[in-house]
Write a protein that binds this ligand. Structure first.
Ligand code: GLU
Length: 328
């Protein structure tokens, strides 16, 4: 139970546009341990809003690989549950209702800026790192006439108007105490011009509807948190506790990618015969949970799990990582 008396609920939310890699596995392991250590419920949600980039076979693969690693969940697309469906592509009604509520409050406005306009804005000082340059607010003050004439030429996206006077403070379970000015990232898109609901909107609507109390996800989404806090506030919902797991880097210090070899779970498992216990032990060691990269099943880590012992900094894979995972 959380301090507010709610049941503790966390989630994995893979986007099936690529295969799970070591970094995703590390985040999933930590999210699972956090919830299991608190005796809570784990939800699996597939974030397949962008249908062109998402592939159903990759969603199926993500589920089987998480299970292979030794993780499980209490609700999800394969086992159902009271908040079904668990695929974002099938939850459009909820997103429409959420957009309607924000529209009713006057927090949304149409944005007619083209890619070129936004690129020009990119010359301006940077906004939130993971979110690109701050939107300068070009379309926020358009008159009704201006909107009408622009609408003849372009289908708009919809932006959420941030309150620049607000300061968003939160205590991240791993990153520590953080503070963002409401205006630092600019107004953000909640529905793209092609009609696809944006990540920020969908994830908050889902986390509220699914009763999520604890969000543990990758460090790359840390900068999304102030935007999401603004949405929780506008929707009158209590935000969850957030924790962002350390970024996993290649031995060269660059962000993990195909360039670094067999970093997908499929390759490790199929091409290199890595055993799940070896991988779980290695990830736990990388995260700072154990002193040596031993072999263990994730459930063996539940009793001693402490979020405070997770490393706060990005972790670089040692040069010999694949050898350690495959020998012995
Ligand atoms: N779907 C996102 C991802 O795969 C995770 C979103 C979230 O945890 O808020 O990175």
């Amino acid at each position: 139970m959380s301090p507010e008396g709610k049941r503790t609920r966390g989630r994995f939310a893979p986007t099936p546009s690529g295969r799970l890699h070591l970094g995703n596995a590390l985040t999933a392991l930590l999210a699972w341990l956090q919830i299991r250590a608190l005796g809570g419920e784990m939800i699996l949600r597939i974030e397949d809003l962008d249908r062109q980039r998402s592939k159903p076979e990759l969603a199926g693969l993500a589920l089987s690989e998480l299970r292979w690693l030794g993780l499980d969940w209490d609700e999800g697309p394969d086992i159902g549950g009271p908040h079904a469906p668990y695929e974002q592509s099938r939850r459009g009604g909820l997103y429409e209702r959420t957009l309607d509520e924000l529209r009713r409050q006057g927090r949304l406005y149409p944005c007619y800026c083209s890619r070129a306009d936004l690129q020009a804005a990119a010359q301006a000082p940077h906004g939130l790192d993971s979110e690109g340059p701050a939107y300068p607010g070009t379309c926020r003050q358009l008159s009704a006439d201006e909107r009408e004439s622009r609408a003849q030429r372009k289908t708009p996206s919809l932006r959420f108007a941030m309150d620049e006077t607000r300061l968003y403070r939160f205590e991240d379970g791993i990153a520590g105490r953080l503070e963002y000015a409401g205006g630092s990232g600019g107004d953000f898109v909640v529905m793209r011009a092609d009609g696809i609901v944006a990540y920020q909107l969908a994830v908050v609507a889902d986390d509220i509807e699914m009763g999520i109390t604890d969000v543990l996800r990758g460090w790359d989404l840390l900068d999304s948190t102030p935007r999401q806090l603004a949405l929780y506030e506008a929707l009158g919902a209590a935000p969850p506790r957030f924790a962002h797991s350390p970024l996993l880097l290649g031995a060269d210090g660059a962000r993990l990618s195909k360039r670094h070899g067999s970093v997908s779970l499929t390759e490790l498992r199929e091409a290199h015969g890595v055993r799940p216990e070896r991988l779980a032990g290695y990830l736990a060691w990388l995260a700072g949970l154990i002193d040596r990269p031993g072999e263990l099943a994730p459930h063996e880590l539940i009793a001693s799990f402490d979020l405070a012992s997770v490393r706060r900094r990005a972790v670089s894979l040692p040069e010999d990582w694949l050898t350690v995972l495959t020998t012995g």
